[in-house]
Each structure stands twice: as structure tokens, then as C-alpha cells.
Design a protein around this ligand. Sequence first.
Ligand SMILES: *Cc1c(COP(=O)(O)O)cnc(C)c1O
Length: 233
Amino acid sequence: MVTLASGSIAHRGLADVIARIEAACKAANRSAQDVTLIAVSKTFEPEEIVPVIEAGQRVFGENRVQEAKSKFPHLCERFSDIELHLIGPLQTNKVKEAVALFDAIHTVDRPKLAAELAKEMEKQGRRPKLLVQVNTGAEPQKAGVLPQDADAFLKSCREEWGLEIAGLMCIPPVEEEPALHFALLDKIAKRNGLAELSMGMSGDFETAIAFGATYVRVGSAIFGARAYPATPG
Ligand SMILES: *Cc1c(COP(=O)(O)O)cnc(C)c1O
């Protein structure tokens, strides 16, 4: 059966990624406890996700609210300790659903979204962990606050909307050396007193760990190649 075959690929992929994270932490003189693996399950079916949960993985990332909503409530019923992270862009009209569903949102990047999140978190009495996405490459098509605007945006998150921001997230431009972007994100986080750094994907998570990542977001190295490309934020 197809689902079993892909499940076992995912299971091997998970073990391999965990071993590589441990080696990268060791090389960087960091504790593996300080790096959380987010298994990015976008485009994969629940049948492909279950073997990864059964292998012990509990933290998952999705980039679309609708897709996560169609897949995860069932999985969360079956496995009560799943932690779900939103790693894709969030439209203000989906904030209500996002606050209800996700344990962390990595893509806070504009005043209107921050205001809406504050309102909805208050209303629902839920406090997902929040990270601000920084567009470190200043790419016009990419979400995220510009590096030069990050300090001011973080300040207004705290002072205007009373939001506690845990850290920063970035997606480096594909054609550039990711290390430069990871270093920049780390610098912005440090000067703002932020502990969490969400950076590093299948192709560069070891580099991200060397530069201080506390969350790595890994999809294809665990689940295999996606059948259709899901656009990263
Ligand atoms: C899809 C996605 C990932 C995972 O990408 P892989 O290259 O498959 O590891 C990480 N972060 C974001 C924001 C994504 O959209």
C-alpha cells in the first residue's frame, strides 16, 4: 500500500534528520535540547504524517490555515500532545481560526495582523507563541518586516498591542548564502532580547544551527519531495 511505503520513508527521514541535528549541535558546541525540530507536513496526507508521529515526533509545521485545519484536529484527538506551528503567511481574515488551532505563529509581520492577533487572543483566552518574520533579503515578493523596520515593529508589538514576541523567523533568498541571513536574524534578535530563532530548512538547517537556530523547519528531508511545490512565505 502506498501510504505504508511513504510512511516508512518519512520514518527513516526523521531518524536521519534527528541524527544530523545532533551532529550539528555537537559541532556548534550546543545542546541538542536547545533546538526544536518542526516537521513541516504541508502537502502531505494524515496517512503520511501518522508514522512520523508514531516514531516520536510531536512538533509539526503547516503553511496554510485551511490545510492545517483539515488535517490536524483529527490527529490532535488521536495524539493529544501534538504541537502545531503556523509557518506560512497569515491573512487577517484567518486570524480567528489560526489562534484557535496553532500553538505557535512564526509569521507576524504587520501592524494590522498584530492588532488582530491581540484582539483574538484576548477573546479566545489562548496565547500561541508568536514570532516575527523578517524579510532578511528584502525580497519584494516575500512576507516579513524589513530588517531596518524590525526594531520599531517589535516595539509596537509590545507597547501598542501588548503582544509578547518570543523570537524571529526568516526564509533566506534561495540564490544567496543562507549564513549571512541567519547571522543578520541573530543580530536583530539579540539586540531586541529575543530568545527564539526560527531558521533553517532541509537544505540549510545545519548552517542555521551553527548560527543559533532554536527552531529548524524541515519538510522534504523527512517526508520526501513534495508532489507539488507549496510556496514558502
Ligand atoms: C515548506 C517550508 C519549509 C520546509 O521546507 P523543506 O525545504 O521541505 O525543508 C520551511 N519553512 C517554510 C516557511 C516553508 O514554507
